[in-house]
Design a protein around this ligand. Structure first.
Ligand code: HEC
Length: 140
């Protein structure tokens, strides 16, 4: 069921023409097929991947807030995801490891991946994890 849904959203996300070269467009066309942009506890049961804002906060914390390190880390992870590199073990245990982005969207170039990683850094610059007592929705 979950697999069928994933395939559906992946197909629906494929643009007919080429990629618009901006980070938001890459997110909308590729990443948003799995990731919600923002954490939304009301839609918890619909999630097939952790919300993008929460992953951005985890990565930002892991790299000490530096853009270059953030971008390098995101690009490296999405090209070759591995449990040992993941910033959120809970996300891996709940959703399974992210498939390599090249498996889902082989048309994305390294430039596209850097664009979307920079877009994440900017878009979620002010995002915070919810207070500890409201994190139930993030548990597996
Ligand atoms: C087929 C579904 C799918 C697609 C498409 C997808 N992701 Fe993911 N992603 C996941 C899942 C599931 C996880 C959580 C498990 C994990 O960390 O591997 C995840 C985790 C992540 C993480 C956390 C990495 C870390 O350091 O732990 C980042 C960042 C991320 N995704 C970015 C992206 C970006 C950017 C795109 C689009 C270019 C994207 N994802 C497309 C499923 C997907």
């Amino acid at each position: 069921m979950k697999a069928a849904f994933l395939i559906l959203v992946l197909l629906a996300g494929l643009p007919v023409t080429g990629w618009a070269k901006d980070g938001q467009a890459v997110f909308d066309a590729a990443c948003a097929t799995c990731h919600f942009k923002h954490r939304d506890p009301a839609r918890r049961d619909e999630m097939v991947a952790p919300p993008m804002d929460m992953m951005a906060v985890h990565v930002r914390d892991a790299v000490g807030g530096q853009r270059a390190a953030f971008v390098a880390r995101v690009v490296d992870f999405i090209k070759a995801p591995a449990e040992a590199k993941a910033v959120d073990a809970m996300a891996v245990s709940r959703f399974g490891l992210m498939p390599a982005i090249g498996d889902s969207f082989p048309e994305l170039t390294d430039d596209d991946l850097r664009l979307v990683a920079n877009w994440m850094f900017d878009t979620f610059a002010q995002s915070q994890l919810p207070p500890a007592d409201q994190r139930r929705g993030m548990q597996p």
